[in-house]
Design a protein around this ligand. Structure first.
Ligand code: SF4
Ligand code: SF4
Length: 75
């Protein structure tokens, strides 16, 4: 992960201790937002394409993903 990407605000939190790097969240994301970082834990590589659908956290077998914030427009 580049320095620029790591500093970009992410509204999905990936718990590196729970994540087993299975890649399910990356495969199921309908917007192809996620990629594995240098530590093999996913991050929001294409953050602005995210639809906040929460499918990634739903499919995660380890409950490693938390949607921290939903924009006020779709709350
Ligand atoms: S919330 Fe939906 S669109 Fe956003 S990263 Fe997760 S699966 Fe992809
Ligand atoms: S689905 Fe969960 S355990 Fe698998 S790579 Fe994504 S965050 Fe990690």
């Amino acid at each position: 992960m580049s320095c620029k990407e790591s500093k970009q605000y992410q509204w999905l939190d990936f718990n590196g201790e729970k994540c087993s790097s299975c890649g399910l969240c990356i495969n199921y994301c309908p917007r192809d937002v996620l990629r594995k970082g240098d530590d093999d834990v996913p991050f929001m590589k294409y953050r602005d394409d995210c639809w906040y659908c929460d499918i990634c956290s739903f499919v995660c077998p380890n409950k490693a993903i938390t949607l921290k914030e939903v924009p006020y427009l779709i709350k």
